[in-house]
Design a protein around this ligand. Structure first.
Ligand SMILES: Nc1ncnc2c1ncn2[C@@H]1O[C@H](COP(=O)(O)OP(=O)(O)O)[C@@H](O)[C@H]1O
Ligand SMILES: [Mg+2]
Length: 259
């Protein structure tokens, strides 16, 4: 297990500007390995932009992103994925027309145009890889209680089941860090709880680190430690739920903000 001082992810004075708008305005943050870090803040605070800077979907205007001590600021998303940073993706229309198991077997490494498998014609070594991939997919199906839906179209799942599948896909390549943007949006409370239970178990049992950007404050207050509050592109405060709840700047940010 990780020791207290083991920093898996760090941003240093990270900034992203869109024209004149400072969407992320100098965020410095250290994420400890094995934590479930929650990022909250009113609408327009810069959470999604910050998430995209971590995942590599955006290049920052300035500042740095370090993963396991290495500078990944200029690495494309798929290269970060290969290093062990996964993010959840909403299921696209194309993925909706594939089965749940196929979704897992085609799990992204952040790069488009991946090899599509053809077991019947594949060379033995490739077939071996496909079998390993299938075993891994089956493990995820079982972990996320989706086994009975393995052959259903992903598009036929409920909102909450889709979120479970999105997380399962992110885990296929055994990442050490998983980034999630609003995983609870549009999910019924029961499945939202189940999703967070899975996250908690993966964190505890496998030492996976999670960074969660979430609108649902109660869920974050209940589950995340530490909690980072953003407002107008900046990190307002970082601490445990009690500290964050009581902080006057946080109350002000929410009452003054769009939320
Ligand atoms: N691609 C973009 N182009 C221009 N402005 C953007 C873009 N993405 C976000 N913004 C702006 O940046 C600010 C932060 O947005 P965002 O990161 O989505 O906030 P949050 O996720 O906290 O609601 C908002 O003012 C938003 O309008
Ligand atoms: Mg957002």
């Amino acid at each position: 297990m990780a020791n207290e001082g083991d920093i898996i992810l760090e941003t240093v004075d990270l900034r992203k500007q869109f024209g004149g708008l400072k969407a992320v305005d100098g965020v410095t943050l250290k994420v400890r390995r094995g934590t479930l870090t929650g990022i909250i803040g009113p609408n327009g605070a810069g959470k999604t932009t910050y998430f995209n800077l971590l995942a590599g979907a955006y290049r920052p205007t300035s500042g740095k992103v370090l993963f396991e001590g290495q500078d990944v600021t200029r690495l494309a998303a798929w290269r970060r994925a290969r290093r062990g940073i996964a993010r959840t993706f909403q299921l696209t229309r194309a993925l909706s027309r594939m089965t749940v198991r196929e979704n897992l077997m085609l799990a992204p490494d952040g790069q488009v145009g991946e090899r599509v498998w053809g077991p019947l014609f594949a060379a033995p070594q490739v077939r071996h890889e496909e079998e390993a991939l299938r075993r891994k997919a089956d493990e995820m199906l079982s972990l996320f209680e989706l086994t009975r839906l393995a052959d259903s179209y992903a598009g036929s799942l409920s909102g909450g089941q889709k979120k479970l599948l999105e997380l399962a896909r992110a885990l296929m390549r055994e990442p050490r860090l998983v980034l999630m943007d609003e995983p609870m949006a549009g999910v019924n409370p029961t499945l939202a709880r189940k999703l967070l239970d899975k996250v908690e178990a993966l964190r505890r049992e496998r030492g996976i680190t999670f960074v969660l950007v979430e609108h649902n404050l109660e869920a974050v207050f209940e589950r995340c430690h530490p909690i980072v509050v953003m407002a107008t592109g900046r990190k307002l405060i970082e601490g445990d739920a009690a500290t964050v709840r009581a902080h006057p700047d946080v109350i002000e940010a929410y009452l003054g903000g769009a939320a």
